[in-house]
Design a protein around this ligand. Structure first.
Ligand SMILES: Nc1ncnc2c1ncn2[C@@H]1O[C@H](COP(=O)(O)OP(=O)(O)OP(=O)(O)O)[C@@H](O)[C@H]1O
Ligand SMILES: [Mg+2]
Length: 402
């Protein structure tokens, strides 16, 4: 018989344990391993540079898995009675589309937001405050909801619904969901601070740009205009001097052009300038893969020099396609390939997942923004996918000839 561990004083036992198979000790170990792993993934995600949405998604997925629930969701209300973020796990994208638009802050969601403390329902439908749900919404019975708090202010909630193990949600589930709610609060606060810092740096950047443009270009253009006028007046009287003036107009215009070019080149995202395109994509792939516990392999060959705009487009499309493959495809691994062709740089993101209908897919803004970005540099975006088939996204960006 396996070794039976006694709970330490103060440690919860009984209902806190998952049902044991033949070997309870081993079962406990692997259960603890999963708890540590999930929590560590969430902590890493919170500390990473992933989008807040990816982090919240990770939190909801971990909460659902550890609470052994059929569904989980996380909502962050906005000021207009709806939700700034509403991420769910346990429901397919298609089901979500059928359910319809985001919920409003009413019914039981409002109750969880107003109470500001954990709530447990054996059957949420029997609560007098229950309003019902849209036709395609799954039937929820037992529900555990906890607030996400920033100080004493409720900034959102997490709930888990329909526990697989009989007996409903436990004290331990509540503590765990509260732990994830604390992580979500950090992620949301970080995101807000980050956004504020970004706004400030955008303002600083604008001021710097205005200064650079003034120093480099505006003053030169002023001289160009003065010299051009002088040349025009000299033409009838002193054509030789007029020609000299026109030559110096051309030289000044050339300088202004070169300096403008330098200002424009300085506008490339700093990340790309520092680590290069392949390095930046690799960096994102590692972080995002770790968050979802999946492998993202990046292969990159020698690339020609690309301007800032093309690099940005390639980077953003890679980011969105990797994120989509990790979030939606269910594939265990994702492959990214960046190759140089004769007149183009080609980016491919492939997964072995569930696939989807690119013509009918509606979800977020990801697919359409990838198309727009591709078009903005004269590139082509191809989405090869259909339900049940693996997905490949292929972006080809023509290489400019300077
Ligand atoms: N690699 C993929 N595998 C399976 N389904 C996918 C894949 N990529 C996209 N989809 C489907 O296409 C839908 C639309 O994708 P899109 O990127 O436009 O939106 P989103 O990812 O749901 O939200 P957003 O990108 O705005 O955060 C997704 O919701 C998903 O159903
Ligand atoms: Mg997307």
């Amino acid at each position: 018989m396996g070794k039976q561990e006694r709970p330490a004083p103060g440690q919860h036992a009984g209902a806190d344990r998952l049902p044991s198979a033949e070997d309870p000790a081993r079962q406990d170990d692997s259960c603890h391993d999963e708890v540590f792993e999930r929590i560590s993934q969430v902590v890493l995600a919170v500390a990473s540079q992933l989008s807040v949405r990816d982090v919240l998604q990770m939190i909801v997925r971990s909460a659902r898995s550890l609470a052994d629930a059929e569904y989980a969701a996380l909502g962050v209300p906005d000021e207009r009675g709806s939700f700034a973020e509403f991420v769910v796990d346990g429901i397919s994208a298609r089901q979500q589309a059928e359910i319809g638009p985001l919920p409003r802050q009413h019914g039981m969601l409002a109750v969880i937001l107003q109470e500001g403390k954990p709530l447990r329902f054996d059957d949420i439908r029997t609560d007098p405050r229950f309003w019902g749900w849209p036709a395609a919404h799954p039937e929820l019975t037992d529900v555990l909801g906890v607030p996400i708090l920033e100080g004493s202010r409720v900034i959102g909630f997490i709930f888990a619904a329909c526990k697989h193990t009989p007996g409903g949600f436990t004290e331990r589930d509540e503590r765990m969901l509260s732990l994830f709610a604390a992580h979500a609060a950090i992620a949301l606060t970080n995101a807000r601070l980050f956004e504020r810092a970004r706004e400030l740096s955008v303002l600083e950047e604008r001021a710097r740009l205005a200064r650079d443009l003034h120093d480099a270009v505006s003053q030169k253009l002023f001289s160009v205009r003065a010299k051009a006028r002088a040349a025009a007046m000299l033409v009838p009287r002193d054509p030789a001097r007029a020609v000299a003036e026109i030559d110096s107009v051309a030289a000044l215009a050339g300088e202004a052009h070169a300096e403008l070019r330098a200002v424009i080149d300085g506008l490339a995202p700093p990340d790309l300038a520092a680590s290069g395109l392949a390095g930046s994509i690799r960096g994102y792939a590692v972080l995002a893969g770790r968050t979802y516990g999946k492998a993202v392999r990046v292969e990159a060959g020698e690339l020609p020099d690309l301007d800032g705009q093309r690099e940005t487009v390639l980077y953003r499309v890679a980011q969105e396609a990797i994120s989509n493959a990790l979030r939606h495809s269910g594939s265990k691994d994702v492959r990214v390939r960046l190759t140089a062709r004769q007149r183009a740089v080609v980016l491919e993101i492939a997964d072995h997942g569930t696939g989807f209908d690119p013509g009918g897919a509606h979800g977020g803004v990801g697919l359409s923004s990838m198309r727009e970005r591709a078009a903005s540099v004269g590139g082509t975006l191809m989405i090869r996918s259909s339900p049940g088939e693996p997905t490949t996204i292929r972006l080809s960006v023509p290489v400019q000839h300077r």
